[in-house]
Design a protein around this ligand. Structure first.
Ligand code: BT5
Length: 327
């Protein structure tokens, strides 16, 4: 979806802070007929926006639906590329699947796919990702960095740092922590999962598809019973409902900034930021990989994003990919 006349009209109403805007002035400024303006307002009404007619002064925006839509998002973004093209859906199987199609069609760096609901949201190794309707942020960002395929896993860490710092900038009632490699936890419970997929040739990345799932406005009984002991949402922890579009914009701002820095300067700076927010380093952990189970103290991540665990016998093992349990 590109920025349309309807989005431009919405932007003006959002900027007017509840003051009325004259239909004639809008029509003149945007160089379209008043009928065209009226039609766009009807479409916005169907999407849940409500307007009041103010005598002799025009229309006033009185209700904004809780949607993560393009018009609002563009308002808040400070990025140059990320989120400048958004594909927004009420419901999809998985935003990752849509992203794969768009990569094949040549979607540019920073293209974002957002859905209110996913019917087959997925985690790593095809595990299920619970994506309840209208309550979370379910999105994939297509990025096309000039990096080698072996660097791709580091982008999970770049993304985790971006999400955690976007949260820290917005919320004051909790401190989110990163659990290696792809979770963000609040008081030990999962609020965010990251899934990094790659489309590559032997020595060159075509695109990374960074899936981010953030639990935002769920209450505990919105989660299936099996998840209740291990999952939480920002609204539960912050103590109030959250405007999702704000958080989307912040995550994209931080992500663009950190990925550019990573491509330019390497992993060093990201590593420092990552360690600052890590809830894994210094803890006793159990790492289950496809081949083995490693237990010990998590001592650091390397320049390649590998987690180092010191076992009881003193031997240090590097873990490339695993599920981590903090003991
Ligand atoms: C992840 O996998 O944590 C990556 C999740 C990525 C989801 C995003 S949403 C947008 C994009 N489109 C997609 O289809 N996916 C991405 P993993 O580390 O494998 O964790 C999966 C496990 O987390 C599941 O097996 C559950 O135990 C748990 N889980 C599932 N849904 C959850 C939720 N909403 N909140 C917290 N935990 C959840």
């Amino acid at each position: 979806m590109h920025f349309t006349m309807k989005d431009e009209i919405l932007k003006r109403f959002l900027n007017a802070n509840g003051e009325p805007i004259s239909g004639q002035v809008l029509a003149d400024e945007l160089q379209v007929s008043r009928t065209a303006i009226w039609k766009h307002l009807q479409t916005l009404k169907q999407e849940g926006y409500e307007f009041e007619t103010v005598k002799k002064r025009g229309y006033k925006l009185v209700t904004v639906p809780d949607k993560v839509d393009m018009g609002q998002l563009q308002q808040f973004l400070k990025t140059t590329r990320y989120g400048r093209q958004v594909h927004y859906f009420e419901s999809v199987e998985s935003t990752q699947l849509v992203a794969h199609e768009l990569v094949r069609e040549g979607a540019p760096d920073g293209t974002v796919i957002i859905a209110e609901h996913q019917t087959a949201g997925r985690g790593r190794m095809m595990r299920e990702w619970e994506s309840s309707e209208g309550k979370g942020i379910w999105m994939t960002i297509i990025i096309r960095p000039e990096i080698a395929p072996h660097q791709a896993p580091q982008f999970t860490l770049v993304t985790a740092v971006a999400v955690v710092n976007a949260m820290k900038a917005m919320f004051k009632n909790f401190t989110p922590e990163i659990k290696w490699p792809n979770d963000i936890l609040i008081k030990g419970k999962k609020t965010t999962g990251i899934l990094t997929e790659m489309v590559a040739e032997a020595d060159r990345i075509q695109a990374l598809l960074i899936g981010i799932g953030i639990n935002v406005n769920q209450q505990m009984d919105d989660f299936p019973e099996a998840l209740q002991p291990i999952a939480t949402s920002i609204a539960i922890e912050e103590g109030e409902p959250i405007e999702r579009v704000h958080l989307v914009a912040n995550v994209l701002d931080f992500l663009e900034h950190y990925s550019d820095m990573y491509v330019k300067n390497g992993f060093g700076f990201i590593k420092t930021l990552w360690e600052e927010s890590s809830g894994t380093i210094g803890k006793r952990v159990k790492a289950t990989t496809l081949r083995e189970v490693v237990e010990g103290e998590a001592i650091s991540i390397t320049e390649n994003g590998v987690l180092e665990i010191r076992q009881a016998n003193g031997e240090v093992k590097g873990i490339y990919s695993a599920d981590i349990e903090i003991l």
